[in-house]
Write a protein that binds this ligand. Structure first.
Ligand code: LMR
Length: 390
């Protein structure tokens, strides 16, 4: 017998926490185009499954609606959203699913919610790992690495066991570079090159500040690289950036500002936002996740590049292997990327890139046990994380 949407809802609309062998579901729309406007759906691509952790949080609350609307994966890409929450957030997660339902997004074909990563990540084409504990007052950097690292080790194992082998993983929860590395180490079935840590937010911040200084619209700023860690050691590269196709350093003829104002402003902008909001950036982070995904699923403009933190193995800049490090990348639009070679690395950049590399190597040492490596010693890390949430 043909199932109607109402039947599905009756079957699946059970209180979160009660289901045993299926992801907790609020609703499931069947992907059956036979009774739809065929003209509209004929050229649609096959549905993709997008798993999102921290789905009841602020960032997701901005991001999910962008994804469901088609803004991120395109107007011909139907999506299934698989939302991962925690025991604490599972009722809120039902609220999120209800709001998604109420939006009547044509491309949104399925929403499932759950608190077990092994169920929620099943057959995922993308995993957007947003959920992480924010640093509480008095918590040291090492504590945060340990606490969130444990989450990402578990999620890596779950992805390894149940996600598609081609699954692309975008890590947002901080400290995102090292969390991505831990996740990767626990998911050997997935290609290391499918893991990203989000530095697109830093790139967007840098573009805006350069545009404001130059008195131009930010669309004209291109070729901005964020090198390294998503921490205050990150290096926003004004040396290779362009404004209106010209060298940024020719348009902004103020080396003092670029080195001493612009650079620290980008490195610490997330912290300043936490001070003002009392919580981390959410809307701009969601926009930058959307930008980071779009950068991988659409071809990069000729001559330009984008920043994303990826595995350093085989990189052309001499950064030590086995780190997740932000670098300039291009994509042909099929979800893959290549690192752009040949950027000019002057002494100023080299010295700072090295510092971020050392920081990431130190972080890796601290979490060696979470990566299945024994004997890692945890150096005392300079505190370059952003302040804890209030
Ligand atoms: C940001 O850059 O705004 C966030 O990553 C800050 C944070 O620590 O959550």
């Amino acid at each position: 017998m043909e199932k109607k949407r109402g039947d599905w809802q009756k079957a699946r609309n059970t209180p979160a926490g009660k289901e045993t062998n299926a992801p907790l579901g609020v609703f499931v729309l069947e992907y059956d185009a036979s009774n739809e406007d065929v003209e509209k759906t004929r050229n649609w691509k096959p549905i993709i499954k997008i798993a999102v952790s921290g789905a009841a949080g602020m960032i997701s609350n901005h991001l999910l609606f962008k994804i469901a609307s088609g803004e991120v994966f395109g107007p011909d890409q139907p999506v299934a959203l698989r939302l991962l929450g925690s025991e604490r957030s599972q009722v809120a997660l039902e609220g999120v699913a209800m709001e998604l339902e109420d939006c009547l997004f044509p491309l949104l074909r399925e929403v499932d919610i759950g608190i077990d990563a092994r169920k929620v990540f099943e057959d995922a084409d993308w995993a957007l790992l947003i959920g992480a504990k924010p640093r509480g007052p008095g918590m040291e950097r090492g504590d945060l690495l340990e606490m969130n690292g444990g989450i990402f080790a578990e999620q890596g194992k779950a992805l390894n066991d149940v996600a598609k082998k081609t699954c692309k993983v975008m890590v947002v929860g901080n400290p995102c570079n090292t969390n991505a590395l831990i996740c990767m180490a626990n998911a050997p079935n997935l290609d290391k090159r499918n893991f990203h840590a989000l530095t697109r937010l830093d790139e967007n911040r840098a573009k805006c500040q350069l545009a404001l200084k130059a008195g131009v619209f930010y669309e004209t700023v291109s070729n901005v690289t964020i090198w390294g860690n998503h921490s205050t050691t990150q290096v926003p590269d004004f040396v290779n950036a362009k404004i209106g196709g010209e060298r940024c350093t020719d348009v902004i003829d103020d080396q003092g500002w670029l080195e001493n104002d612009f650079t620290p402003a980008i490195q610490t902008r997330g912290g300043l936002l936490i001070k003002k909001w009392g919580r981390s950036s959410a809307a701009s982070t969601a926009v930058s996740i959307a930008d980071a995904i779009k950068a991988l699923v659409t071809p990069t403009k000729e001559g330009d590049w984008f920043s994303t933190a990826v595995i350093t193995d085989g990189n052309p800049y001499g950064i030590q292997e086995g780190l997740v490090f932000s670098m300039p990348c291009r994509s042909n639009g099929d979800g893959s990327y290549e690192i752009v070679e040949g950027l000019k690395i002057n002494d100023w950049l080299r010295e700072r890139i090295k510092k971020s590399e050392e920081e990431l190597a130190g972080e890796r040492s601290c979490v060696a046990h979470l990566m299945g490596v024994s004997g890692g010693a945890c150096p005392i890390l300079e505190d370059t994380l952003l302040p804890g949430e209030m």
